[in-house]
Design a protein around this ligand. Structure first.
Ligand SMILES: Nc1nc2c(ncn2[C@@H]2O[C@H](COP(=O)(O)OP(=O)(O)O)[C@@H](OP(=O)(O)OP(=O)(O)O)[C@H]2O)c(=O)[nH]1
Ligand SMILES: [Mn+2]
Length: 183
C-alpha cells in the first residue's frame, strides 16, 4: 500500500500529465511518423525520474509542462493557477520568446544557460538530451544534414553552460557529442 505522501505525489503528477496532454493534443513532432508531441515532455520527465534520479515534484511537473507556453495557448498565469509559483518559475526560465527570430532565441539560450536556477538547468539538460536522442533516431521532416549538425552544435553550447548540475545527464550528453565529433 502507498502512504498518503506517495499517493498525493502520484495524483499531482497524473493531474499535470493530463493537463499537458490536453494542451498538446493537436500537436505532432516533426519526425516522419508524426509522433504525438506529448511524447516529448513525457520523455523529458522520464529522463529526470528514471535516469537522473530526480524526485523534486516541481521539477517533474515543470518538465511535463515545459513546452506548453512556448507551443500552445497556455499562459504562465494558468500554470501558476494550476501548479503554483515554483512550477511557474521553472517554466518561465525554460520558455523561449517565440516573438523573437529563431537565431536570436538560440543566442539567448546559450547566453542565459549558466545563470538559470538549478531546477531550470535540470529541465534544460533533459530537454536537450531527449531532442538529441530523437535526432539520432530519425531526421525531422525537411531538415538537411547541416541543420541537424547545427542543432547538435547549438545544444553543446547550451549544455556547456549547464555543467556541474547533474553528472548522469551531462555524461550521456558528452557521449553523444563525442560520437558526433562535436567539440
Ligand atoms: N529532435 C527533434 N526535435 C523536434 C521534433 N519535433 C519537434 N521538435 C522540436 O524542435 C525544436 C528544435 O528545432 P529548432 O528548429 O531548432 O527549433 P526552433 O523552431 O525553436 O528554432 C525543439 O524544441 P524545444 O524542445 O523547445 O527545444 P529547443 O529548441 O529549445 O532546443 C524540439 O522539441 C523531432 O521530431 N525531433
Ligand atoms: Mn522541449
Amino acid at each position: 500500500m502507498l502512504n498518503h505522501l506517495q499517493s498525493d505525489f502520484i495524483k499531482e503528477v497524473i493531474r499535470c500529465v493530463n493537463f499537458a496532454a490536453i494542451k498538446h493534443k493537436n500537436q505532432r513532432r516533426k519526425d516522419p511518423e508524426e509522433t504525438p508531441y506529448i511524447n516529448h515532455p513525457i520523455g523529458v520527465a522520464h529522463i529526470l525520474t528514471q535516469e537522473a534520479n530526480i524526485t523534486d515534484i516541481a521539477v517533474i511537473q515543470a518538465a511535463l509542462l515545459h513546452d506548453t507556453v512556448e507551443d500552445t495557448d497556455t499562459s504562465f498565469e494558468e500554470i501558476e493557477q494550476h501548479f503554483g509559483t515554483k512550477v511557474r518559475g521553472i517554466v518561465v526560465e525554460v520558455t523561449d520568446d517565440k516573438r523573437l527570430p529563431s537565431k536570436e532565441r538560440k543566442a539567448l539560450q546559450i547566453k542565459h544557460a549558466g545563470s538559470s536556477s538549478y531546477e531550470a538547468k535540470l529541465v534544460k539538460l533533459a530537454d536537450k538530451l531527449h531532442n538529441l536522442r530523437d535526432l539520432e533516431r530519425c531526421t525531422p521532416k525537411g531538415w538537411s544534414k547541416v541543420r541537424v549538425e547545427e542543432y547538435f552544435k547549438f545544444s553543446k553550447q547550451v549544455t556547456d553552460g549547464l555543467k556541474g548540475t547533474n553528472t548522469i545527464m551531462e555524461e550521456r550528453l558528452e557521449e553523444i557529442y563525442k560520437m558526433r565529433n562535436i567539440l
